[in-house]
Write a protein that binds this ligand. Structure first.
Ligand code: NAD
Ligand code: UD2
Length: 312
């Protein structure tokens, strides 16, 4: 009888990014354990009948549960968070439990169980408006403008403390704008691509907050999963955070043009005032990403949209 596989724990594994990573890990032959409270994640995102998949439904803010979930794991990918920036503005105390205490619980559980490799989903939000209009590199001054961003930055600092003090091996990624299938479009604060494509498919009017010339550095989910797999398999982790973006600016108007050309037209598009605190231009200097990993060639927005619109 062969030894049972030590699972990889994916917190937030029932969510958009997590569920794609779970699929890839299972396809590679890994055992996977998911800890998710299903506040945004869905059971339907996971192959629950897969023999090497275990789902623990629970809260990363529950230290006892996290200690149990980490036990016996070979590595952790910590994705669980309330990904809505607005939710953290509305209720910072509650989101702090998920977005910071959760990370601390993961660090402490890993220390106690002697698990070392952890991948962490940070965010370009920690830069605030700094570097706006140019490619932002990892040394750009941090200026978290929201509790969401502050919790991500604090989590980075705690991961570094546990690295220095307790030998954790954190691989920290600052995601810019990730898009792809399963990104939930249901909230007005969901990812803009998930909202625009879903509303185009349903023939519902689209609201642009601002003049549509705001730009983002969009990164397709399959490319991100490839990076996360590399970071899990790497003999040693890259020290310090790495921006995840393509150093490419795409405006919302360009995005709408692509969706319209793929779909043969668009529903009504209205232009409303910009969202308070909205960043106008966000683009990643991804030199470190290119030096430290072997990213795939960028999946084009057009291809990603075709996947989302079921057109390929
Ligand atoms: P998502 O909401 O689909 O995934 C987050 C998952 O975490 C969900 O399944 C949710 O149910 C779970 N979760 C939330 N609070 C929890 C808690 N207290 N305990 C257990 N599970 C909990 O969002 P996503 O886009 O897949 O984001 C994954 C990670 O990437 C998050 O940490 C997010 O902050 C980060 N991120 C995403 C983007 C992006 O563009 N999608 C950008 C920057 C950072
Ligand atoms: C994304 C992340 C956020 C943080 C940040 C860091 C999501 C949903 N948001 O915020 O968590 O990590 O990146 O870079 O993952 N917009 C419209 N109409 C709509 C919806 C959005 O015009 O119906 C605009 C919005 O005002 C903004 C742009 O589209 O100007 C992108 O919005 P977003 O929420 O997709 O992403 P962002 O960059 O604000």
């Amino acid at each position: 009888m062969s030894e049972p596989l030590s699972p990889i724990l994916v917190t937030g594994g029932a969510g958009f990014i997590g569920s794609h990573l779970v699929d890839a890990l299972l396809a590679q032959g890994h055992a996977v354990r998911v800890l998710d409270n299903l506040s945004m994640g869905k059971r339907d995102n996971l192959p629950l009948d897969h023999p090497r998949l275990q789902l623990i439904e629970g809260d990363v803010a529950d230290a006892t549960l996290v200690l149990q979930a980490v036990a016996g794991c070979s590595a952790v990918v910590h994705l669980a968070a309330v990904a809505s920036v607005q939710a953290s503005v509305d209720d910072p105390v509650s989101t702090h439990q998920s977005n910071f205490v959760g990370t601390l619980n993961v660090c402490e559980a890993m220390r106690q169980h002697g698990v070392r490799r952890v991948l962490f989903a940070s965010s370009a939000a920690i830069y605030g408006n700094n570097g706006e209009g140019q490619a932002i590199d990892e040394a750009t001054a941090k200026a978290p403008l929201t509790p969401y961003a502050a919790d991500k930055l604090a989590s980075e600092h705690y991961l570094d403390f546990y690295r220095r003090q307790h030998g954790l091996e954190p691989a920290i990624f600052r995601f810019f704008n990730i898009f792809g299938p399963r990104q939930d479009p249901s909230s007005p604060y969901s990812g803009v691509i998930s909202i625009f494509t879903t509303r185009a498919q349903q023939g519902l009017p689209i609201s642009v907050f601002g003049d549509g010339e705001q730009t983002r550095d969009f990164f397709y989910i399959a490319d991100l999963v490839e990076l996360l797999l590399q970071a899990l398999a790497a003999p040693q982790v890259v020290e310090g955070a790495v921006n995840v973006g393509w150093n490419q600016s795409v405006s919302l108007n360009q995005l709408l043009g692509e969706i319209g050309s793929l779909f043969g037209g668009l529903p009504a598009v209205s232009y409303a005032p910009p969202r308070p605190g909205d960043i106008r231009h966000s683009r990643a200097n991804n030199q470190r990403l290119l030096e430290c990993y072997r990213p795939p060639s960028p999946t084009s927005i057009r291809f990603g949209l075709q996947q989302l619109l079921g057109l390929s």
